[in-house]
Write a protein that binds this ligand. Sequence first.
Ligand code: ADP
Length: 162
Amino acid sequence: MHRIGIYPGTFDPVTLGHSDIIRRGARLVDQLIVGVSTNPSKSPMFTLEERIAMVEAVVGPIDPSIRVVPFHSLLIHFARAVGASVILRGLRAVADFEYEFQMASMNLQLMDTIQTVFLMADTALQPIASRLVKEIALFGGEIDKFVSPDVAAAVRSRCDRV
Ligand code: ADP
């Protein structure tokens, strides 16, 4: 059985927490697809193209067979379109639980054949959130512990302009 998994997110920008989940997730499935959501409701700092390019740069060294694909549709429709049977999500402490639990439950009701699997990042990487990385950078703080050097440079240059 060729198992396809998708790891969906906004990745605005991709962090070391995301790459840890990608690394772990890639070992669980035969083909991992990172789905980058357009998510206009979150008013992302980076365009879809920029976010995809940053994710591609991060996944390349992990496993070049991982695909990075944009999606605009309902997650389960995207999952079905790419033939995925597993949705991977990362779980950080208790804060993510309620939202993730609700989303996974509703997705299960919409499509019972696609399972959501939750992964934990390495302890040191668990607190990392894209939102906080942007907030820290906006106030001139160091973000190098949380994102790759290229992503850190991109966030810094974006913050200089605002
Ligand atoms: P979304 O907008 O769908 O929440 P994100 O890009 O913020 O997308 O996150 C994608 C997924 O990665 C989510 O399941 C989120 O909980 C998970 N995630 C983000 N940061 C971490 C982290 N540091 N450790 C574990 N999981 C994480």
